[in-house]
Design a protein around this ligand. Sequence first.
Ligand code: OOG
Ligand code: MG
Length: 261
Amino acid sequence: MLDADAITWMTDTVADAQATPHTIPKLTDTYPAMSIDDGYAVQDALLARWQKDGRVLVGLKAGLTSKAKMDQMGVTEPSFGMLMGDTLDPDGGVVPTDKLIHPRVEAEIAFVTKAELSGVDLPLEEIIAATDFVQPAIEIIDSRFEKFKFDLVSVIADNGSSARFVMGGRARRPLDIDLRTVGIVLEKNGEIVATASSGAVLGDPVRSVRMLVTWLHGRGRTLPAGSIVLTGGATEAIPVESGDAIVARYQDMGSISVRIG
Ligand code: OOG
Ligand code: MG
């Protein structure tokens, strides 16, 4: 692992890039030996600062969980990140972009849990039983790295490109729909820009929650009841700009729409 000074430097650099905002070179340009654990150490340090500022952790995001996303970003392993309550925007509302550099939107399935989940490779039934509801979500990602280009460890330190997210449409009990085959259509300004089946995420987005819980376990953590989990973009992410109208339609789960501010 890198030493504490290196983690502090990376945390300062990322926090500054997110706040201003501005782009920075990949962290591996400065620290080629940076590891996945170092990336998550930066996340831990960011969270400590954010909580000191009164920001609240409301859930976690898994990213790079579909082939479409992995191919787009050239990364073959998932990343996990934190969802802060103040980055949640309402369905039908406007996504603020004053802190965004080159935003992209993703259509995802969100899980909201009602019981604590912990352990390694949990049976999927256990995750379903602990799920209060599933719901359409649009994640607005933004990379602090130049040209939206990064490697796995750098994007982890940048909190998995987390920027804003929106939940809406129709919340469903997880046993009432087949989460492997929900058709998703993503539209920008009335044009279809991407389509997918929810099964594009690991065959079933519930597997993304399982993977997240396994990862948490490895870090001595659990997924608390009441957590939001974004399971990852089913399609590639679509660049957006100010004024764009985004709609994501989900089979049997309604639709969700936002305007980019
Ligand atoms: C990393 C975040 C990926 C997803 O849903 O796959 C992500 C990135 O592509 O910038 O949120
Ligand atoms: Mg995402």
